[in-house]
Design a protein around this ligand. Structure first.
Ligand code: AMP
Ligand code: MG
Length: 487
């Protein structure tokens, strides 16, 4: 029950502390010198039931810089491991502190985590801090993803620390407050499997089921059910990413959330011209995390997840492997089915037939060879516009359009077709050059273009002036554009 008083107070607890101690280190954020608000998400604060903070700048600064711990919080750093570019390693929150779970007015729990909050027992050689630039980048892209209708961690605030952070040169430091269904990762299970006891692994599994999939808790084989649920969530998530041209950039197993949210915005970016090989991350030299590779990597990561769960799936390891394998093998089938459905929705085909799949393949191939912008193409189809691109001038595309229209016209209901296309095709996405331009001035303290962009990105399916929707990406921008991890 919410008491009257709770309207003016946190409703925080930290159930993670109920897990065996191997899973975390109790640790407080390291205070910062001169914290100031850079941005604060008032709407999200209201949703979380902490709207009482909206008018209280001093408390925002105190809590979300890590200088004051809110009542009910038990600050800790989580332990986890992970496969980074395929190599297994011990990790953990090296620059983040989980304050606890805020219970929102509907009774739902959300992790409140400070990122960039100083060193922890898992920092290894890192300084525990984050640059203002990279936390603002996470803020704007995660909020854009939310408004695109894609499961994601949210951003509540960015507080500048008044301290400098060294990344080759000096940068302004900051702390981001991240809101998540939880911060349990595939890597948390890998940690349990490799560094803890089977009892610990069991405790983590039950905790996770209780928190995210409570109706599976009493299943005959809870671990196998957890695997199935996580696979489904991840399939839905990756299909969403493929819908809008999102490239996560660093799909290591420690960056894959068990709750199925997009998490850890490091070198992520959006694809402009369609190519499955698109990569922007400076360290992804082999394209492991390229746009078109994301489903395969998701399956790879989920195999690592299955591996971690094996001792709980069956005491008989051969049987455990057989059961897990069957489930993992289903990934491809379900993913393809859902991806096809999503692509048909982008094309407004309500009743696809088997050979319509050819329409999708042909379109993607010609988009790639004509370097056609992914977002603009679907928008042009939806709005019946001709674009100044060699694709639109090609005979093959004119023919393709005829086949597409025939497939569409199996359903006469134009309203339904348009509604489907409207919710599948964003009119604006966080274009890399927009984001970088806004961040450049924001990192220097001028938030005007950042806030303006944030406003545009909060309405991705609304109509915007054509200059925004069909804006040309500066020539050669993509060829030289690079993104970076953990800055
Ligand atoms: P990421 O690439 O952001 O997923 O981070 C991978 C690992 O490096 C995680 O264990 C992070 O906590 C850790 N890490 C990243 N940056 C820092 C930093 N500046 N200080 C300490 N640990 C860090
Ligand atoms: Mg990470």
């Amino acid at each position: 029950m919410l008491t009257n008083d709770s309207k003016h107070n946190w409703l925080l607890e930290n159930t993670y502390t109920k897990l065996p101690e191997v899973f975390f280190s109790l640790h407080k954020p390291v205070p910062v010198a001169k914290p100031e608000i850079v941005c604060f998400n008032q709407i999200l604060a209201n949703e979380l039931g902490i709207g009482f903070l909206n008018e209280d700048k001093q408390r925002i600064v105190d809590y979300f810089s890590g200088n004051v711990i809110p009542s009910g919080a038990t600050p800790l750093a989580q332990a986890y491991a992970g496969h980074q570019f395929g190599h297994f390693t011990m990790l953990g929150d090296g620059r983040a502190i989980l304050l606890g779970e805020q219970i929102d007015p509907t009774g739902k729990k959300f992790d409140i985590q400070l990122k960039g909050s100083g060193q922890t027992p898992y920092s290894r050689r890192g300084d525990g801090r984050a640059t203002l630039y990279s936390m603002l980048r996470e803020y704007i892209i995660s909020e854009a993803m939310h408004h695109l209708g894609i499961p994601t961690t949210r951003s509540l605030s960015v507080i500048s620390t008044g301290e400098k952070v060294f990344r080759g040169e000096m940068h302004n430091g900051s702390v981001l407050t991240r809101i998540a269904d939880s911060h349990i990762r595939v890597g948390t299970f890998e940690y349990a499997r490799n560094f803890c006891s089977v009892e610990d692994l069991k405790a983590l599994t039950l905790y996770t089921l209780e928190r995210h999939y409570p109706d599976k808790k009493d299943a005959d084989n809870p671990a196998l059910e957890l695997l199935k649920e996580v696979i489904h969530k991840q399939i839905d998530l990756i299909v969403h990413w493929m819908r809008v041209g999102f490239i996560h950039g660093v799909m290591n197993t420690d960056n894959m959330s068990i709750a199925g949210e997009t998490i850890d915005y490091g070198p992520c970016a959006f694809m402009n011209a369609y190519s499955p090989n698109t990569v922007f991350s400076s360290i992804d030299t082999r394209g492991r995390y390229a746009f078109g590779n994301q489903p395969f990597i998701a399956q790879w990561n989920l195999t690592a997840f299955a591996n971690a769960l094996l001792p709980l799936i069956s005491e008989n390891q051969k049987k455990a492997i057989d059961l897990a394998q069957q489930v993992i093998e289903g990934f491809q089938y379900t993913f393809t089915k859902k991806w096809n459905r999503m692509m048909f929705a982008k094309l407004g085909i309500l009743h696809p037939e088997e050979n319509d799949k050819e329409l999708i393949n042909t379109l993607l191939e010609s988009m790639e060879s004509h370097k056609m912008d992914y977002t603009q193409l679907f928008l042009a189809l939806q709005q019946d516009k001709e674009l100044d691109n060699s694709l639109f001038r090609s005979e093959a595309f004119k023919e393709w359009k005829q086949h597409w229209k025939n497939a569409q016209s199996r359903n006469e209901n134009q309203t339904l077709i348009l509604a489907l296309m409207n919710t599948s095709n964003p009119k604006v996405i966080p274009r890399n050059h927009w984001v970088e331009n806004a961040l450049e001035t924001a990192a220097q303290g001028d938030m005007e273009s950042f806030n303006e962009l944030l406003g545009i990105l909060s309405k991705p399916y609304h109509d915007h002036p054509d200059e925004l929707q069909f804006q040309q990406v500066p020539e050669d921008f993509d060829t030289s554009y690079q993104t970076f991890c953990g800055t």
